[in-house]
Write a protein that binds this ligand. Structure first.
Ligand code: ZN
Length: 166
């Protein structure tokens, strides 16, 4: 991945090589959703267990694909495990904000100020994206943004399904 900072590349490769929460959960009670990114061939399967208090008590990730898609899924699983559905939705919008900063304004110098990183973090309230910040370099490569957001869209779908089941 030329063009990504070394630190970010290390974080991404660490999650890709040692994915967190990999596996399956029994359905039901877990909700299972699948996402596919035809541009790249990435596949992500998300399993979530949600308790009566709307807390995501467990999450498991399956599928296969490029390093960005799988690392993003791994980081997502670590970030949202144990959070409430409401907090998970905040993570989803914060991450999608991070990934959409450059849409329509490509060709800038890519500085943090220009990308609005500070404003976005502020908008996200108490959400700490942590390792996920490593993926912000991906916005420089628009074709890879769908790789990074695939697992998040798949999670959003799972939360919607869980809500409609309830
Ligand atoms: Zn991909």
């Amino acid at each position: 991945m030329p063009g990504l900072d070394d630190l970010y590349r290390e974080v991404i490769l660490d999650h890709y090589r040692s994915p967190r929460n990999q596996g399956e959960l029994e359905t039901p009670p877990a909700v299972r959703t699948e996402g596919f990114n035809p541009l790249c061939g990435d596949e992500v399967i998300v399993f979530v267990d949600i308790d009566d208090n709307n807390v995501i008590t467990d999450i498991a990730i399956g599928g296969q694909g490029c390093s960005i898609s799988q690392a993003s899924a791994s980081m997502m699983s670590a970030a949202i495990k144990g959070t409430s559905i409401g907090e998970a939705r905040q993570f989803i919008s914060a991450f999608k904000g991070l990934m959409s900063i450059h849409e329509g304004e490509l060709g800038g110098d890519g500085s943090e100020a220009e990308m609005g990183i500070d404003a976005d973090v502020a908008d996200a309230g108490d959400i700490r994206l942590g390792d996920l910040e490593a993926l912000k370099g991906v916005v420089k490569f628009p074709v890879r943004i769908k790789c990074a957001t695939l697992s998040w869209n798949t999670l959003a779908q799972a939360l919607d399904e869980a809500a409609s089941d309830a």
